[in-house]
Design a protein around this ligand. Structure first.
Ligand code: NOJ
Length: 548
């Protein structure tokens, strides 16, 4: 099938809409909001995991792959959601977490009880000596990536939290179990799948990391990755003509992604890569702040757009997700130019080649949470790093400032629907504190505003769905040396788009060949096309022409 007209909306279910007052979002809450999503125009929804989990990592610690956590609802609720979504032309995408399970999963529990079959589901190794782990890898959430189990006199690998044990994909039984899970959801009408950190499943070796870091060079894009993905494809979703799959690729390379998401690779439809979201990491370190390196970001977009295009492979386009701070606070200006910069970021992304993802609340320009106390944070990564950075000697103020900029909880606060109690998210007590500005930024207010961010997203989504030029046009970089404007063309036959985005508050001069262009979309009411243009703060414009 062709998926090139798709725009995916990501729902973090715990925070989208609560229907029963327990402070958690749920499936029936999503049903209540389907009309809203239909009006926005999206045609796919990706849900973060909703099955049974101890919630150490909000569902990415899976205890049961097949049963909904009752706090989200039941299979009947899901079937109703599925029918109602289909009526509105919306497909559903589920999150498959196959690099690890919760240590509460029955496989791990059986392994703990000594069942040899299930011990082989996990990665167990002997330590280097008493109390010394098999190697020096650090978990991505802090501390050693290994945990000792006395009953086994062995250590298990956990690249993430200590309760998220890595599965051993060299075991064919594990691979069969994973395909069975995908097939289970296919039999319930789900044909979209997002695979969590799927490029970490093939471990290369278990040597010490010479940099005393997380060991990523020994398990990222490992030697059997492509083999495993082809096998999974063939054993499950690849049997559906109509499917939509995306792999979350941690610290990956372009060379691997052209294969993961190549048109004829029979692996996945597209990939999430994260390089463009690390341009504000100082020395590549997430917890060290620096201003975004705009030229580096431009170069990365160009490299991936061109590289994927030349290889006939597909990108997933995104600024936001449940793991990233809000883009309008991060790369825009969430104060004086909130509307302008939110629209600019949207245009810059949606007009590229690939499938755009909209993360809940992005379409109304939701800013970061701006929490002021550690007790407001829920994310295990944030609470761990808080302690680690304090131990390293940073002051409390410094660490809280870093979390305000970088914590994943910035994205995880409840969706802001109204200016009323808890922004209309719940009648009860929300599981996490509301973001600080919900009375000012919410769906009700945004949709009432003249020329809203929401309306801008509607236009962009409509363009993706209806214009072959946006779906298929060749990506051509322009103004590559410009220090504040990110610009490119899309070309298909005799049609052409020119997309100009000023990423800064300072006006930016650009020179173009304006002949024949008309303005298709702008975030200012009165953009005039001419050879010498001065783009105003965060001005963003899509120009169209037909070449003779
Ligand atoms: C990536 C997910 O997006 C993130 O939320 C999670 O913590 C890790 N994978 C571990 O599953």
């Amino acid at each position: 099938m062709s998926f090139k007209d798709k725009v995916v909306y990501q729902i973090y279910p715990k925070s989208f809409q609560d229907s029963d007052g327990d402070g958690w979002g749920d499936i029936r809450g999503v049903i209540q909001r389907l009309d809203y999503l239909h009006e926005l125009g999206i045609n796919y929804i990706w849900f973060n995991p909703m099955t049974v989990s101890p919630q150490r990592d909000n569902g990415y610690d899976v205890q049961d792959y097949r049963t909904f956590d009752p706090r989200y609802g039941t299979m009947e609720d899901f079937e109703e959601l599925s029918r109602e979504a289909a009526k509105r032309g919306i497909g559903l995408m589920f999150d498959m977490v196959f690099n690890h399970t919760s240590t509460e999963h029955e496989w791990f529990q059986k392994a703990l009880a000594g069942d040899e079959k299930y011990k082989k589901y996990y990665i167990l190794r002997k330590g280097k000596g008493p109390g010394v782990p098999p190697n020096n890898w650090q978990s991505k959430f802090g501390g050693s990536a290994w945990e000792y189990v006395e009953a086994w006199d062995a250590w298990y690998l956990h690249l993430y939290d200590v309760t998220q044990a890595d599965l051993d994909w060299t075991n064919p039984e594990v691979r069969r179990e994973c395909a069975d899970i995908v097939n289970y959801w296919r039999s319930h009408g789900v044909h979209g799948f997002r695979f969590d950190v799927i490029n970490l499943i093939s471990k290369r070796s278990f040597e010490d990391d010479p940099n005393n870091y997380d060991g990523r060079q020994f398990y990222t894009d490992g030697p059997m990755e492509h083999v495993y993905l082809k096998e999974l494809n063939q054993a499950s979703f690849g049997q559906d003509e109509d499917h939509l799959t995306v792999g979350e690729m941690s610290s990956t390379t372009l060379e691997n992604c052209v294969q993961y998401a190549g048109e004829d690779s029979n692996e996945l439809d597209m990939v999430f890569s994260f390089h463009h979201l690390k341009v504000d990491y100082k020395n590549q370190m997430k917890w060290e702040l620096q201003d975004a390196d705009f030229m580096a970001m431009k170069k990365l977009f160009t490299k991936w757009q061109i590289g994927m295009q030349e290889a006939h492979a597909w990108n997933a386009l995104f600024w936001n997700c449940h793991d990233q701070p809000r883009s309008v606070s991060r790369f825009g200006n969430d104060d004086r130019y909130r509307r302008e910069s939110a629209k600019m970021l949207a245009t810059a992304l949606h007009m590229m080649r690939g499938i755009p993802y909209v993360y809940m609340g992005e379409e109304i320009g939701m800013p970061n949470a701006y929490f002021t106390d550690i007790s407001q944070y829920r994310d295990v990564e944030s609470t761990n790093i808080y302690k680690i950075l304090l131990d390293e000697g940073k002051s409390k103020e410094e660490v809280l400032h870093i979390l305000q900029e970088r914590s994943r909880d910035n994205a995880r606060t409840p969706m802001q629907w109204t200016s009323g109690k808890n922004a209309g998210f719940t009648q009860g007590t929300p599981w996490i504190t509301m973001a600080s500005r919900y009375e000012e930024v919410n769906v009700e207010k945004e949709r009432a505003a003249k020329d809203s961010i929401f309306a801008h997203y509607q236009k962009l989504i409509e363009m993706r769905k209806t214009m072959p030029l946006v779906q298929d046009g060749l990506y051509v970089p322009v103004l590559e040396e410009h220090e504040s404007v990110f610009a490119y063309k899309r070309v298909l036959g005799d049609e052409e788009l020119l997309v100009l985005n000023n990423f800064y508050e300072t006006p930016a001069d650009v020179t173009i060949d304006a002949k024949g262009y008309t303005v298709l979309l702008s975030n200012y009411a009165d953009t005039a096309v001419q050879d010498a243009m001065t783009l105003r703060p965060y001005e963003s414009v899509v120009l169209y022409r037909r070449n003779a």
